[in-house]
Every structure is written in structure tokens, then in C-alpha cells.
Write a protein that binds this ligand. Structure first.
Ligand code: NDP
Ligand code: GDR
Length: 375
């Protein structure tokens, strides 16, 4: 049997790496779009790399960029995909305020470029298209929880760009009868989450503090509420959405929300640290109450290991998000399998291993594995 062929933009990212793994396990031939960079950027997919010289290789990477129509058109023509997953994006909300035009080019027009390439190649009947839409579309939330029928109110250049991509996807479905759909995914995380998103920034800093590589975690809005799930659960849904008889948009969420502050407390607990928050606003601090076990040798009761830094506040904030994925549950039979606490434990454990390796390297005079550029 000829395997199904998928093209993934953003294959080097968190979701792209889990999705590629998942599709390979389903027998797909997987093609991924990789950006040219001055250093290798394939760390998240190195473990599934296949030598293209091998006869049975089913995983292929292509240099490309969502800013480049001719490149996208050529790749789609060469690959002849059955399914396209558009996961590529400038995906950082805070950075989108610094780079609004670039974000619009990649996140909004990049989606149009792909859809239009499919149309111009005469492949609208054959290709199924998944667009990585986002809970950020809801932005300034006026009803809770948010479902497929909740009105949008984007609050960042990122969200505005994604709104354009959302409607373009709907438009190609309605105008050209294309199987194109939006997954409106709420925040999802994992040990492969980029280091500048808040959960990973927290688990990484806690692990580094525990091991004495760093002394304090600086954060922005601790009150922000998010509905966090695990990326592995969410990429399964991306695939399921393309296997239906008719295309439809789905909200994917866990239906529970927690604050950034709570995520800090849980992460500390995973490292054996009981943390209490004191003070208010810019003066709020996280103080160590007690330490148990041997995961955090560098931490002592009374240490201040978390502080607020206004540099991480956003010009316009999305204060609260909570998803209602009843449609996905009823129509696709989807339920998340990994709880947010299990995910937090997995992330801290993974970051502790990285921190411990760094300590070991340092003690033998080698450079640390930790890089410090966080946002
Ligand atoms: P990541 O930031 O981890 O990955 C983004 C991917 O896009 C990377 O592979 C990146 O390449 C690639 N990319 C960035 N710019 C370009 C470009 N100009 N051309 C081609 N590729 C590019 O994001 P996630 O995996 O977390 O998210 C996947 C998608 O889902 C994104 O579109 C995101 O906006 C959306 N989303 C994510 C949610 C989440 O909570 N994770 C929730 C809802 C939506 P490189 O590795 O070279 O940087
Ligand atoms: P978000 O994720 O903006 O929801 O976008 P992020 O983890 O960056 O922020 C979540 C919330 O935490 C608050 N916060 C901080 N955020 C960061 N990054 N760094 C900090 O120091 C910090 N302190 C507090 C933020 O203000 C925010 O309220 C993610 C991305 O993956 C998007 O691509 C995706 O579309 C949405 O999730 C759903």
C-alpha cells in the first residue's frame, strides 16, 4: 500500500516534532519544512532523523520559509502531499509586539501562500489542510469558557495575524471546497517547549536554581490564567481533524485553568521546594519555606527564588483563557490523557537532568549546557 504523505511546516518546533513522530508511527511518509539557520536547528527531531540514502526512508526535510511563495509552491509540487499541517509561525506573543510586520508576514501571509500554492497547483481536491489556530484569538475574553462559537478579540500582533490565517482557511474551504480546517488550540507544553514560553521558563529556572546554576526566576504577570495541556495529546487531535468526512474547526483544551503563580509552586514542589508567595504587584516574591530530598542542594529556607520584573509585562495582556472542547469530545472522541500536574513533573524532571549535566560539565572545567537568553 502506498503510504499517505504529509507536509509539516514548523517541523523543527515543539508541535512539529511530536506530530512528525506520531505520523511516522502511523506509517506516513513525512516531509518537513526546515529553515536555513547558521547553526543546526533540528535538535527536536534528531532522534527521528532518517538517512535519505536509505531505501526505506520515510522522513525528509526540505529547506524552506513561509515568506517564500515560489519555494513553498515547488515543495508542494514535488512532495504531492495528501495532508499539509501548517504549524510554522513566529509563535511568541511578546515578541510579536517587537516584530509585528514579520509576524504578520509569516503567520498571516505565510498561511495564504500555502493555501494559494495548493489552489494554483490544482490540488484543492486532493490536499487536506490543517491550520494551527490559537486560543489567543479570543484575547480580551468576554465569555467563559471559550468554544468554537465564542467571538474573537485578538490582543497582540500575533493574534491579529493568526486571525487573518483563521479566516483565510475558512475562506478557502467555502470558496474552493477545500478540506481546510482550524484547530483552535489552547496552550500546550512539554519538555520540548521553547525556553521563552512561561512554563518552560519556569521549569528550567527552577531546575537551574535547584542545582545552583541560577539564583532567581524573574517573571511578568503572575496572575495570568491559562488552560494548559500536553503537546503530545494535542498533535493527536491535529491528525484526527484531517480524518473526518467533512472539514470542521475544533477547540482543543483541557477545560481547567491555573495561574502562572500556581505553575511556579508546582514546579518548585517537583524539585522538593515548598514555595510561598508574599507581597503584592511588583513587590511580590517567592520565598522558600522548606526543602526536602536531594534534588535541590543549592536551595535553603528563606531564599527568595522568584520575583516580578515589569520587563516581562505585555503592552496588552490576555488575562484569562479557558477552553470548552465539547465538540472535539463528542465528534472526535478526544480527551486529554496527560494532566497538567503530570506534565509539569515531566518538564521539571527533564530540566533537572539538563541542569545536573551542566553542573557535572562545569565541575570538570567544560562550558555549561545552559544558555541564558530568556524572555
Ligand atoms: P514553536 O515556536 O515551537 O515552533 C514554530 C515552528 O515554526 C519552528 O519549527 C520554527 O522554525 C518555524 N518557523 C518560524 N518562522 C518560520 C518561517 N518564517 N518559515 C518557516 N518556518 C518558520 O511553536 P509550537 O510548536 O509551540 O506551535 C506550533 C504552531 O501552533 C504555531 O503556529 C503556533 O503559533 C501554534 N499554536 C501553538 C500553541 C502552543 O501552546 N504551543 C497553541 C496554539 C497555537 P525554527 O525551529 O527554525 O525556529
Ligand atoms: P502565550 O504563552 O502568550 O499564552 O502564548 P506564554 O507562555 O508566553 O505566556 C503565558 C502567560 O504567562 C505570562 N507570563 C509570562 N510569559 C512569558 N513568556 N515569560 C514570562 O516571564 C512571563 N511572566 C508571565 C504571559 O504574560 C501570559 O499571560 C502561547 C504561544 O504558544 C502561542 O503561540 C499560542 O498561540 C498560545 O500560547 C495559545
Amino acid at each position: 500500500m502506498v503510504p499517505k504523505r504529509a507536509l509539516i511546516t514548523g517541523v523543527t518546533g515543539q508541535d512539529g516534532s511530536y506530530l512528525a513522530e506520531f505520523l511516522l508511527s502511523k506509517g506516513y511518509e513525512v516531509h518537513g519544512l526546515k529553515r536555513r539557520s547558521s547553526q543546526l536547528n533540528t535538535q527536536r527531531i534528531d532522534h527521528i532523523y532518517q538517512d535519505p540514502h536509505e531505501q526505506n526512508a520515510r522522513f525528509f526535510l526540505h529547506f524552506g520559509d513561509l515568506s517564500d511563495s515560489s519555494n513553498l509552491t515547488r515543495i508542494i509540487q514535488e512532495v504531492q502531499p495528501d495532508e499539509i499541517y501548517n504549524l510554522g509561525a513566529q509563535s511568541h506573543v511578546a515578541v510579536s509586539f517587537e516584530m509585528p510586520e514579520y509576524t504578520a508576514d509569516i503567520d498571516a501571509l505565510g498561511t495564504l501562500r500555502l493555501l494559494e500554492a495548493v489552489r494554483l497547483l490544482g490540488m484543492t481536491d486532493r490536499v487536506r489542510f490543517y491550520q494551527a489556530s490559537t486560543s489567543e484569538l479570543y484575547g480580551l475574553v468576554r465569555e467563559s469558557p471559550q468554544s468554537e462559537i465564542t467571538p474573537f478579540y485578538p490582543r497582540s500582533p500575533y493574534a491579529v495575524a493568526k486571525l487573518y490565517a483563521y479566516w483565510m482557511t475558512v475562506n478557502y474551504r467555502e470558496a474552493y471546497g477545500m478540506y481546510a480546517c482550524n484547530g483552535i488550540l489552547f496552550n500546550h507544553e512539554s519538555p520540548r517547549r521553547g525556553e521563552t514560553f512561561v512554563t518552560r521558563k519556569i521549569t528550567r529556572a527552577i531546575a537551574n536554581i535547584a542545582q545552583g546554576l541560577e539564583s532567581c526566576l524573574f517573571l511578568g504577570n503572575l496572575n495570568s490564567l491559562r488552560d494548559w495541556g500536553h503537546a503530545r495529546d494535542y498533535v493527536r487531535l491535529q491528525w484526527m481533524m484531517l480524518q473526518q468526512d467533512a472539514p470542521e474547526d475544533f477547540v482543543i483544551a483541557t477545560g481547567v485553568q491555573y495561574s502562572v503563580r500556581e505553575f511556579v509552586e508546582w514546579s518548585a514542589k517537583e524539585a522538593g521546594i515548598t514555595l510561598r508567595f508574599e507581597g503584592e504587584g511588583l513587590n511580590e516574591i517567592g520565598i522558600v519555606d522548606s526543602v526536602v530530598g536531594d534534588l535541590s542542594p543549592a536551595v535553603h529556607p528563606g531564599d527568595v527564588i522568584a520575583r516580578v520584573d515589569p520587563r516581562y509585562f505585555r503592552p496588552a495582556e490576555v488575562e484569562t483563557l479557558l477552553g470548552d472542547s465539547t465538540r472535539a469530545r463528542l465528534k472526535l472522541g478526544w480527551l486529554p490523557e496527560i494532566s497538567v500536574r503530570e506534565m509539569c513533573a515531566e518538564m521539571v524532571a527533564s530540566d533537572l537532568v539538563i541542569a545536573q549535566k551542566s553542573v557535572l560539565l562545569k565541575s570538570h572545567g567544560f562550558p555549561s549546557l545552559v544558555s541564558w537568553d530568556t524572555w
